[in-house]
Ligand binder design. Sequence first.
Ligand code: UD1
Ligand code: CA
Length: 488
Amino acid sequence: MTSAAPVVIVLAAGEGKRMKSATPKVLHRIAGRSLVGHVLEAAAAIEPAHLMVVVGHGRDEVVAHLDEIAPWADTVVQAEQHGTGHAVRLAVEALAAAGALGDGPIIVLSGDTPLLTGGTVNELLARHRDDGAAATLLSATVIEPDGYGRVVRDRDGWVDRIVEHRDADEATRAIDEINAGMYAFDPADLLPALGRLTTANDQGEEYLTDVIGLMREAGRPVAALRVPDSDEILGVNDRVQLAEAAALMRDRINRRWMLDGVSILDPASTWIDVDVDLAPDVTLLPQTSLLGPTSVASGARIGPGTTLSACEVGSDADVRHTWADLAVIGPGASIGPYSYLRPGTRIGAGAKVGAYVEMKNSSLGDGAKVPHLSYVGDAEIGEGTNIGAATVFVNYDGVEKHSTVVGRYVRIGSDTMLIAPLTVGDGAYTAAGSVVTDDVPPGAMAVGRARQRTIPGWVERRRAGSDSARAAAEALAESPPPVEEENR
Ligand code: UD1
Ligand code: CA
């Protein structure tokens, strides 16, 4: 028994051939985190003194990713994959060379088991320390054990050996307790056993699992900790298992939020990434995805049909049928349906963004509104201002982007083109249909459109005999037009 700090080895050199992907298997993502990222998160629960990841296939990408998410992890290259035993041997050698191998336990995990929890890794370590075994492995009882190594126990319940499926006879294949491929080892037992591994098996590889039999031959006990929930050890080998793991992770995350006071109307269609933060009394409607480091404050309602990525949503906001990326939505704001908020959008308290509105790199003041069919780019809009339907902030001259400042309590008429760079002063108005090219001082009305010209009787003359002409004649017979004074 020892209480020296553990080291962790994560095996991630395999090709993941069955994924049929240009992306290395362990870099595929579920719930906004890579498969190997999930494993490292679970490993962090035991605060290992060192973490060594064995990389091989796609190692440049994998190493770059690890530098980003876990710069404290070390890596060792397994250029050719000669088996799990070979991989662990290289990792142990690298740890020893770095002076990182003490007498603390060596935990071996696989990079493709994203559902493993920190709690289970902790239990594995605790059980290993309690039993004082040479090795403690995680096992599970599964309905379809095909493909897995089987755990063969002796009469006292100790593990006698692991037999790989392809090397197993009928009787051994009937065993439904499988090896999860996650272990705690005593280094004093593991090192000599690794040195004695052979490749005398169906695949001609060094099997890590063979160290178990070797330890037993040396008279040392090996224990197995059976996990109650076999989902935890689900390995991702193809896209079907990737989807299964994603769904299980989704259920796990949703359940946790529901127990923390979040209403989720349709958990099966609600996807929440691991880094999301939700307050109690948030309501999530169907078909909603909250991605990246999104946070939602109390009382807000999100969805249906909404995707928020790295967004911050204030309390009591309402966000329906919206796609938003890197946007900040103020308390009590109303967004959607069918709004598109691009990076740098900041919506004030109680503000409104309505149907078919796209915003980018723009702020909308408290209580301000962009209710319908508008594009707002590179703009700053003051408090209480109303932007009429179908307004366009014309921010791009074909070469450069320019910005627009619209003051407080401004009324922008419908179908206004605001040609940036432009400033519209506080309390100013623009007439509907204007193309505004010059700055508008506070309180002024800007009219930038052609005056209307009305030509009476034009249809009767130029479209004689048409349905329009007939309708016009009928209307005129009933009420002749007033004599015109001035076009307005
Ligand atoms: C392994 C176990 C099996 C267990 C199963 C659980 C062995 C011999 N068998 O089988 O008992 O039931 O896991 O999922 O260990 N890897 C390397 N380098 C290598 C080979 C593998 O890094 O040379 C990595 C893989 O990328 C993977 C992990 O080790 O992350 C497991 O390897 P894999 O080939 O999937 O082992 P299984 O055949 O599934
Ligand atoms: Ca596997």
